[in-house]
Design a protein around this ligand. Structure first.
Ligand code: TRP
Length: 444
């Protein structure tokens, strides 16, 4: 459940629709599904095997399994990545707080009754370009994450997420059903599901691969760390399968209400963040017509649950960096967490400002925010995945792999040969080809 909680987050509800919108809808979806099955699953299983056989978190797992080798640098890379992700993930996490607040104070209901067609759009634009609002939200969210991480990932959050994640799911289903009754439903679903292979090019493949790693929480050893807590009789193959299935299902549900809503509201599907933050409030207010109390309740419930889904993810990202500092430098948990929160918070402020108040904050052509997203999701995570499979396929003994997959011979695992092939050859070669292709060193 904790792994699924880490997987389901803004990656599904914000990043997936954004990427899908920008890369041609259905074409992206198909490439994405292929990436989840062919690259995501084997990498996830490798992370599980490494974590459960080493019994320590990722920063040290490599040193435990192969003492004194250079593989420890992979462990370190896998700590840098979550650090960078946390910096910009928190910005969007902060937005969810602002939207929950606006729902709670009835702001969205008022916008609906004001009759101005673009009220939601201007609300979003003025919020993100404000110099202080996104920053305050970011700090609040960081503080909440910090609080939980300092306590250790408490029983509380696990217990809560077991109740709240199914709640989020029910709301999603409800949203899909209501979105299907909207006038843009057919167009929206066609955009998401009608394959158009002419749109598949190098950047679509790189983006789909990055999104698969991001959404499944792969490539930076989070799942290695979590797997070090798994029971000896947990079935690694089945766990990987169900986590991927839940995560993918949630992403597709998100697409199934966002795109109909987008086409109904007349927003261009490729507009990125605005999909979730403009189209969605619009749906809440328009499906219920005059029954404003219902739209009030549903929109508030949705944003509160979105906060929970996001928090389970920020905790896992924060925890990855914090536990490394605790183990490697023998800092106290409080000190490590404080250093991480302060550093990520400060860099996060720059990311937040770069898409609003201070557009000069750029790297190359991209805003700082986009640059962080691009470097981590599209390059560092797949690169982490590459090293993980190289390690599991070539360095780790096959006996360990077999013994972990069969729980020390107590059960059978029919697809072992296929798995070994995927981990040894298919994943590393596939990831490298996608990289080369993006760098224009290959022309497909
Ligand atoms: N998977 C989460 C999401 O979809 C984000 C996340 C949590 C993550 N932990 C991670 C991404 C580890 C990459 C690696 O929102």
């Amino acid at each position: 459940m904790a792994s699924a909680g880490s997987a389901v987050g803004l990656g599904n509800l914000w990043r997936f629709p954004t990427e899908t919108g920008q890369h041609g809808g259905s074409a992206f979806l198909i490439v994405y599904l292929i990436c989840v099955v062919c690259l995501g699953l084997p990498v996830m299983i490798s992370e599980f095997v490494i974590g459960r056989s080493a019994h320590v978190s990722v920063g040290r797992a490599y040193s435990v399994l192969v003492p004194g080798s250079r593989w420890k640098w992979v462990g370190r890379l896998e700590v840098l990545t979550p650090f960078l992700i946390l910096c910009y993930y928190n910005v969007v996490a902060g937005w969810t707080l602002r939207y929950a607040w606006e729902s709670a104070t009835g702001g969205f209901v008022k916008m609906a009754s004001s009759g101005a067609g673009n009220a939601y759009e201007s609300f979003f634009a003025s919020f993100v370009s404000s110099a202080w609002q996104p920053v305050v939200c970011l700090f609040l969210f960081m503080a909440a994450t910090h609080f939980v991480v300092v306590q250790g990932v408490s029983k509380g959050i696990e217990r809560w997420s077991k109740v709240l994640m199914p709640g989020l799911f029910l709301i999603l289903v409800f949203l899909v059903v209501s979105a299907l009754t909207m006038s843009g439903a057919a167009e929206g679903l066609a955009f998401l599901f009608k394959p158009d292979f002419s749109k598949v090019d190098a950047s679509v493949v790189l983006s789909a691969m990055g999104q698969a790693f991001f959404s499944l929480s792969l490539g930076m050893g989070i799942l290695t760390t979590y797997a070090s807590y798994f029971n000896d009789d947990a079935d690694l193959g089945k766990s990987a399968l169900s986590i991927s299935a839940i995560d993918t299902f949630v992403a597709i549900l998100a697409g199934m209400f966002i795109f109909p809503a987008v086409f109904t509201a007349g927003v261009a599907p490729s507009e990125g963040s605005s999909l979730l933050f403009i189209a969605l409030p619009n749906v809440f207010q328009s499906v219920f017509g005059d029954l404003w109390i219902l739209s009030y309740i549903v929109s508030l419930a949705f944003y509160l649950l979105l906060i929970v889904a996001t928090l389970t993810s920020t905790i896992s990202i924060h925890e990855a960096v914090t536990s490394y500092l605790v183990e490697s430098f023998e800092w106290s948990r409080r000190k490590a967490a404080t250093v991480v929160s302060c550093l990520c918070g400060s860099i996060g402020v720059l990311c937040a400002l770069s898409i609003g108040a201070v557009p000069e904050l750029t790297i190359g052509e991209m805003s700082l925010f986009d640059a962080f997203d691009y470097v981590t999701a599209k390059w560092l995570l797949p690169m982490g995945g590459l090293f993980i499979t190289l390690f599991a396929g070539w360095r780790l003994s096959k006996q360990i792999l077999l013994s972990e997959m069969t729980n020390r011979g107590t059960k059978s695992f029919a697809l072992f040969k296929l798995l070994v092939f995927a981990i040894k050859w298919f994943c590393p070669v596939g990831i490298v080809l996608v990289f080369l292709n993006e760098l224009d060193l290959l022309s497909f």
